[in-house]
Design a protein around this ligand. Structure first.
Ligand code: FES
Ligand SMILES: [Fe+2]
Length: 396
């Protein structure tokens, strides 16, 4: 392991410093400490990983009716998503065409989008409807001054946006381009027929990779979730594309505390494999879809600094389950389980971050149970280090 100092940023991206991360799992070490603490390493991740990435905004059913909107600060700038009078969801840069003021904030409903600065008014389709005192500006044409569209795509009821521009060395492909066989493997859960029943945001004092790694290994469950979930046994699932999966065999829902049972039915039509356990998946870089027999929940880990992460969690059930008369009472047990286990994971992430501040700490060794930790580390290095010196990671 090459020695590397935080006070010498030129070494932070030296391939030699990562030689042991690149080795096969049984010989490999973890990423060095600075990958979890350094502002320079963080900036590189934002530029090369998060800025061009599709960003989850929420679920389609959160935009009920014309004028329903939500704003989101992506790494490529502020974006607003609004449902039009024609029922279509659209995304725009959340920036006025006049002098750039942010147009909307938070979420809500509007009949039109009116700039808070000089009151230029835009329709829900982004067209400029009114611009006071622009009548003497030569050649000014309202038709050429509508809002700038950002890309928006939906899949399984999820709404994603991308406000990044294609650069000569970076083409932003369609949402599903990098997802490989994910739609095929997770299709049977019919996410599009599910309803979001609760959404929670957390601000966690640790690097995004600590939470993402933790979400894809069950090695910690016997200690961190000893009382709530107990020890789980996972199997790595072979995937194609920029996603990953861990399968936990258990023939009842995993979304309850250990030993509890539920009256909720399985998702209709689930194949045998899906009925026998739970898929914990990670869409790279940092969106987890946890798919169990009777529901799905997602965790979106967005970096808010080298040592801070914004975690958004959403819980979804099939529409028919939500319509049950006992839903409101029974779902409380699911909420209790999620709030406990997610709280335990967030807390251990903060404990780990504190330890990561020991600058002299050398990288650690990995267990065979940490396949996904190793895979994510190499995926990040493939993007953060400069080619061709970065090379390709060793075969696993
Ligand atoms: S900046 Fe929006 S109307 Fe002036
Ligand atoms: Fe956990």
């Amino acid at each position: 392991m090459a020695r590397c100092s935080m006070s010498d940023p030129s070494h932070l991206f030296s391939p030699a410093a990562f030689a042991n991360v690149r080795k096969p799992l049984r010989e490999a070490e973890t990423l060095p400490t600075w990958c979890y603490t350094s502002p320079d390493f963080h900036r590189r991740e934002i530029e090369r990983i998060f800025k061009p990435a599709w960003r989850l905004v929420g679920r389609e059913d959160e935009f009920a009716g014309a004028g329903a909107f939500r704003t989101i600060d992506t790494f490529a700038g502020p974006v607003l998503v609004v449902r039009g009078d024609d029922g279509r969801l659209r995304a725009f840069l959340n920036s006025c065409r006049h002098r750039g003021a942010q147009l909307l904030d938070g979420q809500g409903r509007c009949g039109a989008i009116v700039c808070p600065y000089h009151a230029w008014k835009y329709g829900l389709d982004g067209s400029l409807l009114g611009a006071p005192a622009m009548d003497k500006s030569l050649g000014f044409d309202k038709r050429g001054n509508g809002l700038i569209a950002a890309r928006l795509e939906t899949w399984g009821g999820f709404v994603f946006v991308n406000a990044s521009r294609d650069a000569p060395d970076r083409r932003i492909g369609p949402l599903l381009e990098a997802w490989g066989d994910l739609p095929e493997v997770l299709g049977p859960y019919r996410f599009g027929e599910m309803v979001l029943v609760r959404r929670i945001d957390f601000d966690v004092a640790c690097n995004w990779k600590l939470l993402t790694e933790n979400a894809m290994e069950e090695y910690h469950t016997g200690t961190v979730h000893r009382v709530s979930l107990g020890q789980q046994q996972g199997e790595a699932v072979a995937t194609r594309g920029d996603w990953d999966a861990l399968f936990i065999r258990q023939d009842t829902t995993i979304a309850l505390m250990t030993g509890e049972t539920s009256p909720f039915p399985f998702v209709a039509g689930l194949p045998e494999r899906h009925r026998s356990g739970t898929f914990f998946t990670m869409i790279y870089p940092s969106l987890q879809l946890a798919c169990t027999q009777d529901c799905m929940w997602y965790l979106d880990f967005q970096p808010a600094g080298p040592e801070r992460t914004k975690v958004t969690v959403g819980f979804c059930f099939p529409r028919a389950t939500v319509a049950r008369p006992d839903f409101a009472a029974v779902v409380e047990r699911y909420y209790a389980r999620w709030e406990t286990s997610i709280g335990e994971d967030n807390a251990i992430g903060e404990v780990q971050q504190k330890g990561m501040r020991a600058e002299a700490r050398p990288p650690g060794r990995l267990s065979w149970k940490e396949h996904h930790v190793h895979k994510l580390a190499n995926w990040v290095l493939d993007r953060v280090l400069d080619p061709p010196a970065a090379g390709r990671r060793a075969a696993e």
